[in-house]
Design a protein around this ligand. Structure first.
Ligand code: PLP
Length: 477
């Protein structure tokens, strides 16, 4: 192959030596190409999955999820036992939640963190022990609070003053003592490699550090509440430990002051551990993060002269993100000439738009956050040179892009199946019906078998909630 780099490619994107390769950092561990070049996941060929379930299709590698859950729990438990305390790990269901996923992570020893009544309903329907569920949300309804307390969820994360009274009232009414955490803004914002620390936060979640002591006094004044500790979440897709270290240090000095007036058994540092979406991403392995964070907690507690708390975490993306692959069918292909920035005004380079049968309705992250993804042909291998492509969706939006830039074999053609890795987190969870498109099914693969977790929405599903829908009208089915 004699592929050359496109001047339109972003700086981080190298021309792959082989555009059929499946770099281990971005693909689930079970992914491989069979002797016909067909990509398989969990032992199931992509072509078989598509024959049975169609495209677009979310595929989740069950063993990958379980392995990441075990690895995370082992890393944190091992490191916090090393320093003389315990760790708890909750799976953040907002990344992707179904009853099967809730069961997988609970089987592996994780709790489940939910942030709406809907997520709570899924976790409870899965049979998750309510005592191992934590509930978040900056605006939980009275009904959500009531349901959480009556279900017996282990902890509710208090996000505002008014919620202290609301949770206390629900607990008193139901004759319970409800465990609560207090969400605070540590002033640390982290994203990928960098973090930024400010004294004051301009955001909707939690309490400023300087209002936390009064809030904890208020919590402790209610007999129906048990204060379990502080909580914070500094951001998402974080690669290093520095932001967590800074945040832990800030929280522990508040934690130490709170210990002067009552028990503070736990500290919850939230989630946010990053994953690789492309080969340019290099997140710190979870074992190293756990070791760094445990050492910081140990050193800070020693400096403050306080006992080590139990430390809790809430990873979502790092458990399930890398386990997901979305399969699409190629519909149309278009080459456009793009004027190059900074060169002579008539210098252009070609960009190939490959349009698939999904888009921003099944993966909003590219349009929403400018997220980068990778792509490969799933239905065959090819000897063609690599060509820069942009994978577009089918929606009426020019920002409807799934993969902003990657190299595919230049002979990519209508009918090919494409696979986009690392779509396990915040894709189905953020999916919409934009342009009246049904959300795709979710299928789990393991040991050569596929199992439907969530069926896809049909046009009938979409029409059924339209009160003007007459089942006999043209188009009704
Ligand atoms: N905990 C809280 C409070 C969050 O808001 C989030 C994500 O927004 C998470 C945990 C999970 O974050 P991630 O999926 O990046 O690990």
């Amino acid at each position: 192959m004699t592929s050359v780099a496109s001047p339109l490619a972003p700086d981080w994107l190298a021309v792959p030596a082989d555009p059929n390769d499946l770099p281990a950092s971005v693909w689930p561990s079970s992914v491989l190409r069979d002797r016909h070049g067909v990509l398989s996941i969990g032992g199931v060929p992509a072509t078989d999955l598509v024959q049975q379930f169609g495209t677009p299709l979310y595929v989740v590698d069950e063993e990958h999820v379980r392995a990441r859950a075990r690895e995370t729990l082992d890393a944190f438990t091992g490191q916090f036992e090393r320093i003389g305390t315990r760790a708890k790990v909750y799976y953040a269901g907002k990344a992707f939640l179904s009853t099967a996923v809730a069961r997988w992570v609970s089987d592996e020893g994780l709790g489940v963190d939910v942030c709406t009544g809907g997520e709570l309903a899924v976790a409870l329907a899965a049979g998750v022990d309510p005592g191992r569920i934590g509930m978040h949300g900056n605006n939980k309804s009275l009904d959500e609070i009531e349901r959480a307390v009556s279900a017996g969820v282990g902890t509710i994360v208090i996000d505002s003053e008014i919620e202290i009274d609301r949770v206390a009232a629900a607990a008193a009414r139901l004759g319970r003592v409800q465990g609560v955490r207090l969400r605070v803004n540590s002033g640390v914002h982290a994203h990928t490699h960098d973090f930024l620390a400010t004294a004051h936060e301009d955001q909707k979640f939690g309490f400023p550090l300087d209002r936390a002591e009064a809030a904890v006094r208020s919590i402790r004044s209610h007999a129906a509440l048990e204060f379990r500790g502080l909580h914070c979440h500094i951001g998402s897709q974080i690669f290093g430990a520095d932001g967590f270290a800074e945040s832990a240090a800030r929280l522990l000095s508040l934690h130490a002051r709170l210990l002067e007036t009552g028990p503070v058994p736990e500290l919850n540092l939230g989630g946010g551990f990053g994953i690789a979406y492309t080969t340019a991403d290099d997140p710190t392995p979870i074992a190293e993060l756990a070791a760094r964070i445990a050492s910081i907690v140990e050193a800070e507690c020693a400096a403050l002269g306080i006992a080590l708390p139990v430390v809790a975490f809430e990873p979502g993306r790092s458990i399930i993100g890398g386990a997901g692959v979305t399969l699409y069918s190629v519909g149309t292909i278009k080459d456009v000439d793009v004027t190059l920035q900074g060169g002579s005004s008539d210098a252009t380079a070609p960009r190939r738009y490959v349009s698939v049968d999904g888009g921003m309705s099944d993966n909003a992250r590219t349009a929403l956050y400018g997220a980068d993804y990778s792509v490969r042909i799933a239905s065959r291998a090819s000897d063609a040179d690599a060509a820069l492509v942009r994978i577009a969706g089918k929606h009426c939006e020019s920002g409807d892009i799934v993969v902003n830039a990657d190299y595919l074999p230049a002979d990519v053609t209508p009918g090919d199946l494409l696979a986009v890795p690392a779509t396990g987190a915040y894709c189905w969870a953020l999916a919409s019906n934009y342009n009246i498109v049904g959300r795709p099914p979710v299928v789990a693969v393991a040991n050569g078998e596929a199992r439907l977790l969530i069926r896809g929405e049909t046009e009938h599903d979409l029409l059924a909630r339209d009160t003007g829908f007459a089942p006999t009208a043209p188009g009704a089915s």
